[in-house]
Design a protein around this ligand. Structure first.
Ligand SMILES: *Cc1c(COP(=O)(O)O)cnc(C)c1O
Length: 438
């Protein structure tokens, strides 16, 4: 390739190939989903070419007549979904939402508590030494919340002890962040609320993964349990475009607004705000049904894999109460190798650290686990019985070592019947149809 037009054609061609591929895969990445055709339409609108700094009605630019109305609708829908007094829909991602919250509630040098990455925490809550956002960007001293390896949630008694110890050491936390990227069971917000507020810290809840389930009333309800604010991504279980948001109480509205703008965003991707509004309306209407099916599917996939010999964590608690399951894959190899083998069979999953991996000398490229999420396949109309079929495909590749190229053909055949997006108002266009407007 050397001519500009060759590159141009090549990129457009790759996009089309990606779409063709995804029509034929089983997408099980826990942080992904498929938006409705209406959301995709919003994403191609002219809103994506405009600027609207500030708050609706107080913009820095003219031309925002329709943009302002959409953003106010988006705020209203988000407030309804989470029964929140205040919503800011401008953070352009979950990380930006978290950083905004750190800015609103802490000063550099303060202590924040969160889960470590092997325990399911996210890089945005990470220590400076690891390049994590909280430490490296906002200068927070990050101390870890203790994870109960068996229960796969935060250990309440150990957490209370650790908080008291930090107070004694003069490192009293200013913010405690619940939530994580491996989030099969609710976190003990209610149980720790008093201890945390007693030491003068605020409670943040990172719902990046579970925002769609909370919206559907099928996970915990952080704001009712004592959280001062909840941050979220809008594209994981919340099936909108890639974006972020914060909900909180009226008393924190001003400090959060200022942290977001001028603190963290200039323009805030107005096509995405429109897409979030559309997805929020879909969740308001179909969220309960969708979230219930997601949780049923995740439990069914856990059970089906367990019955085929996989070491699915959390068995004594029904494997999961969310969209995600975590499998200790060490019986069959390492997570990195298995991720690649499954990809050859058109089954898209990700390798994942197990909570004890670092201690056992495993690292992120070749961890002991794989993580599977069922939100996207649920949106495509998969039910419990289809989880058995997925488990069979996975087992044939991983346990029986069948040729992934052969499985890939069967996967494509199986996927043929699931080409529409469900839990939305209109689905004329197929889920992964490549829309050409040139
Ligand atoms: C995915 C994730 C984020 C980041 O979200 P982006 O929208 O990708 O920036 C933040 N926190 C947790 C726990 C996550 O899993």
């Amino acid at each position: 390739m050397s001519e500009p037009e060759e590159y141009y054609r090549r990129v457009l061609g790759l996009l089309e190939e990606h779409h063709r591929w995804f029509k034929a895969v089983i997408p099980l990445i826990a942080s992904e989903n498929i938006p409705s055709p209406a959301v995709r339409e919003a994403m191609t609108s002219d809103f994506g070419n405009r600027y609207a700094e500030g708050w609706p009605g107080e913009r820095v630019y003219a031309g925002c007549r329709y943009i302002d109305e959409v953003e106010v609708i988006c705020q209203d829908l988000i407030k309804k979904l989470y029964k929140a007094e205040f919503a800011d829909v401008r953070p352009i991602s979950g990380v930006v939402a978290n950083l905004s919250l750190y800015t609103a509630f802490t000063e550099p040098g303060d202590t924040m508590m969160a889960l470590s990455i092997p325990a399911g925490g996210h890089i945005s809550m990470g220590k400076k030494r690891l390049g994590g956002t909280a430490g490296a960007v906002h200068g927070l001293n990050v101390e870890y919340l203790p994870l109960d390896y068996k229960e796969l949630t935060i250990d309440v008694e150990k957490a209370k002890k650790r908080i008291r110890k930090l107070v004694e050491e003069g490192k009293s936390p200013k913010l405690v962040m619940f939530g994580g990227s491996v989030f099969p069971f609710p976190h003990p917000v209610k149980e720790l609320e008093e201890t945390i507020h007693d030491v003068g810290a605020k409670i943040g809840y990172d719902a990046a993964h579970v925002a769609g389930l909370i919206a559907g009333g099928r996970f915990q309800d952080p704001l009712r349990e004592g959280a001062d604010a909840m941050t979220f991504s809008t594209h994981k279980t919340f099936f909108g475009p890639q974006h972020g948001g914060i909900v909180s109480w009226e008393k924190y509205a001003e400090v959060i607004k200022r942290a977001v703008f001028p603190g963290m965003v200039s323009n805030h991707h107005l096509h995405s705000v429109a897409g979030v509004a559309i997805a929020a309306a879909e969740l308001l209407k179909f969220g309960r049904e969708y979230a219930s099916q997601v949780v049923r599917n995740a439990k069914a996939l856990g059970q089906a894999l367990y019955e085929r010999g996989f070491n699915v964590l959390g068995e004594h608690k029904g494997f999961t109460e969310s969209h995600v399951i975590l499998v200790d894959i060490t019986k069959y190899g390492d997570g990195g190798t298995i991720e690649k083998e499954l990809e050859k069979a058109n089954i898209i999953i990700n390798r994942n650290l197990l909570p004890w991996d670092i201690k056992e000398g495993r690292h992120f490229m070749n961890p002991g686990g794989i993580r599977l999420g069922v939100s996207e396949v649920t949106r495509l109309g998969f039910k419990e019985k289809h989880m058995e079929i997925i488990a069979d495909f996975i087992s044939r590749v991983v346990v029986r070592g069948e040729d992934p190229a052969k499985i890939k053909e069967e996967v494509a055949e199986f996927r043929r019947d699931f080409q529409k997006v469900h839990y939305c108002f209109e689905n004329l266009t197929e889920a992964y149809e490549y829309v050409k407007i040139r």
